[in-house]
Design a binder for this molecule. Sequence first.
Ligand code: ASP
Length: 584
Amino acid sequence: MYRSHSCGALRESHIDTLVTLSGWVQKTRDKGFVVWVDIRDRYGITQLVFDEDRTPSELLEKARNLGREFVVQAKGKVIERASKNNNIPTGNIEVLVQELTVLNESKTPPFTIEDETDGGEDLRMKFRYLDLRRNPIKNNLVFRSKVSMEVRKYLSEQGFIEVETPYLIKSTPEGARDFVVPSRMNEGQFYALPQSPQTFKQLLMVGGLDKYFQIVKCFRDEDLRADRQPEFTQIDCEMAFVEQEDILNVFEGLTTYLLKEIKGIEVDAFPRITFDEAMKKYGNDKPDIRFGMEFGELNAVAQHKDFNVFNSAELVVGIAVPGGAGYTRKEIDKLIDWVRRPQIGAKGMVYVKCNEDGTFKSSVDKFYDREDLANWAKETQARAGDLICVLSGDVNKTRTQLSALRMELAERMGLRKPNEFAPLWVIDFPLLELDEETGHYHAMHHPFTSPKPGQLELLDTDPGAVRANAYDLVLNGNEIGGGSIRIHDKETQAVMFKHLGFTPEEAKAQFGFLMDAFQYGAPPHGGIAFGLDRLVAILGGQETIRDFIAFPKNNSGRDVMIDAPSPIDKVQLEELNLKLDIKS
Ligand code: ASP
């Protein structure tokens, strides 16, 4: 028996009990006549004690020679500690050791295994197995497991069954590139790893399984943005015989349940706003609604004077920054520099200080009088003491820029409180999105999303105006889930493929199996998928999803611990009939 108790279990009630513990040496303190050794496992830390009076000298010597991270087993008696440590649950006791076995030695770890470590990110990733021994990372994984369990519990109680779908498949477009796997047995042919189990879960509905879920890995070969992982986990769900309302209800239920069980937080019914409204009010389809600062459109009250910058703009739009009238000239100049950085790309920013005495001071006083500025204040809901920041230009770009400014200011002012949770549904997404570079439309969600009833005809005349039965669940400025009601008949699916630029042959080659299945009694169906990594990070009150993944990839998509991706040897290449001709 390696242990009778864990390193986090012993309390005063165990005093005088003989126990066996196993764990890693956190640290050793040698006072000459007494040696203390802290040993750690997943559950906590217990202090072992060896001293001249009560410990045979050999054993004392052995304790002295323990190095950090040695794996040891200690047998001994629980005794009361002379000087208690209130910071840890086992702090009232220690174990007077009678027998000590070194189960394995350890090299000195390259960084300290402490909550605050001296190891930088790269080093921690290279030795991730050591990083996992640290509380912050370990606790995150325990937390993640709890969230997954609660998800399984809730969904099973709702009658969902968990079904595994294959990883070696054919492309399922979710808007990214596929990772591909060469097939040895089928020369020149490739599998694709799923960007999501989308087509399979729809086929499960055709198969009559009615309510499906899966906590599943998805793979997307995207240019990596900060905190995106090429492989990530989804809570993937699908239901048959449902309308949008049914899905929203079930998954609002799941989210509410998680907030209650995990965070102890009760939330009201989730607000719902349309995509158009979200863009208009927040410049963003995943608005953080924990704070106000809603957009006020100012075209009507700003384009009647001689200020050409505004007159020539498609959109003039502002936000009120609470308490911002107190900003110094220098602070405002810094804000202007901030919006003009290439990442944001605004040409400039007009501002209005709404002074406490009811007067205004703006950067465009030459053009606008008090009445004009009072109207701007009204539209942006600015109050005395606020600063109105106004951007102008092309509608979409300006909204995106102002949204970035809104989020940045809220962050700086501490309005994005990690322990406040404000979920909402964004609904009525456009079905198609115009790719400005190619001039082609592509599916905003994916090609299987159904248009709103009666809108199919619009596809020919005004494709950009067609709205979809698609919805996103947004939490604190993050999209945590998204889904749609699907097309379930072959004809509509064919029309959709046509509009997405597939020839009938291409559609058949890629998605023939789905269209065929639709001919055998496909029920109306719809679903949603949640990004588990992000959901867990947000519930854990943190930003970085990497800290909630046991073995994450770095920002260049590499696993630096196992050193992947890596070249494969010639024999393997030959077996796969692959010829590499890489010029360096
Ligand atoms: N497959 C979709 C996604 O991964 C989710 C869904 O439509 O259910 O975003």
